[in-house]
Design a protein around this ligand. Structure first.
Ligand code: IMP
Ligand code: MG
Length: 371
């Protein structure tokens, strides 16, 4: 047995042996069979990940049963889009029958929510759900899970049907991603300081995920997600979106990137309470904010830059000096306190944000290389 394997660009350590998986499945079979006794259940596997689990489960199942599969997908490439779609449906008639869903792994619960959506409209006698693996620290939904094989920490795992970018499904044991500590950076600065431009360059250089709060808001609202609807209801009334909603959106976004090397946060945190929530959330993952890197530019220069951008950006808030100054005041009043927050922790790095794009990138790299 190989203790370390490589899939694509990442290394994985042996984590759960096939023997332990086997025991967990035996226990699941036993519990399910005890509950439904001699009824003939329809086991529904959720493809792709569950195919091996289903095959092993039903071979241990002691009495008659039917098998069916549905296929759901939330991934575009390696990134969970957050919205789960059904790609292939049931072919068996489940009317009046006991249906037991067999899932390989439940993580955030987005897929589970979709499963319940699909089955709530079907005239089944009863619906049960068994999952082989469960990540309690990530799961935040109020949905029932009837049978759990193994609860595991918030790790990314492969093997036994589970993949990293389609590789690893054929491994008979479970392996966990070997993580270097992440590099998590907050890119900070006034509106117009050049955060967006620099973030694009830095994410390439350090292979980090760039999370722009503005983009996350727009995505959630455009896709009409639960959080997007809540956020919109505040925005439509001209109110600020409460921190709790913003924080939830951000957590969901971070949790989409299960194999990330780290993040560049842009436009978040904006308040002390957001900063505290971010620290606590990362701490659950054994991670930290390595530094707040700020692009420092004098206000008068910024006003000129934004007015220049306003000629082509079409953003109404870029058009007049008065509106720009209002944004700056808002920034001074609420957000600038974060400089002190990270200074106290010894994690604030101010950088001269005036110069050519390359000059500024070099200054940023000098700081980030040493974080
Ligand atoms: P959820 O919708 O966030 O609960 O995630 C469910 C789906 O994400 C699973 O069906 C898997 O396809 C995938 N997934 C979640 N965690 C892992 C993991 O650790 N390794 C591989 N795939 C995972
Ligand atoms: Mg799955």
């Amino acid at each position: 047995m190989n203790n370390i394997i490589k899939l694509h660009d990442k290394f994985f350590n042996l984590f759960i042996t096939d023997e332990k998986i086997n025991q967990a499945i035996e226990s699941l079979v036993h519990q399910v069979h005890e509950d439904i006794e001699d009824e003939i259940p329809v086991f529904v596997g959720i493809l792709n990940g569950s195919f091996i689990f289903v095959a092993d489960f039903i071979r241990k199942y002691p009495t008659n049963c039917e098998i069916n599969f549905i296929r759901l997908a939330s991934y575009e490439g390696t990134i969970s889009s957050g919205t789960v779609n059904q790609i292939m449906g049931l072919t068996n008639d489940v009317t009046g029958k006991t249906v037991v869903i067999l899932e390989d792994i439940i993580d955030t619960g987005n897929t589970l929510a979709k499963i319940y959506d699909i089955f709530k409209t079907l005239p089944v006698k009863q619906l049960k759900l068994a999952t082989l693996f469960f990540k309690p620290d990530v799961f935040k939904k109020e949905l029932p899970i009837d049978y759990i094989g193994l609860s595991i920490p918030d790790r990314f795992i492969v093997g036994y049907g589970l993949d990293y970018n389609e590789l690893g499904r054929n491994l008979k044991d479970i392996y966990e991603l070997k993580t270097e500590n992440m590099k998590n950076i907050i890119l900070f600065g006034h509106p117009g300081a050049g955060k967006g431009t620099q973030a694009e360059l830095l994410k390439e250089r350090y292979q980090l995920i760039h999370i722009s709060t503005g983009d996350v808001f727009r995505f959630n609202i455009a896709n009409n997600t639960d959080l997007g609807r809540i956020a919109k209801s505040f925005m439509d009334n001209g109110e600020l979106v409460p921190d709790s909603v913003t924080i939830e959106m951000l957590k969901e976004e971070v949790n989409k990137y299960r194999t990330a090397n780290g993040f560049i946060f842009d436009g978040f945190p904006r308040t002390i309470s957001q900063a505290d929530a971010l620290e606590a959330f990362l701490a659950e993952k054994g991670e930290i904010i390595n530094g707040m890197v700020a692009l420092e530019v004098q206000e008068d220069i910024l006003v000129q830059r934004i007015l220049e951008r306003g000629k082509t950006s079409g953003r109404p808030d870029d058009q007049s000096e008065e509106k720009i100054r209002i944004r700056f005041n808002e920034y001074e009043n609420k957000t600038a306190v974060l400089k002190e927050y990270y200074q106290t922790k010894g994690k604030y790095y101010g950088i001269n944000g005036v110069g050519t794009i390359d000059e500024i990138t070099d200054r940023l790299k000098n700081v980030i290389d040493n974080l």
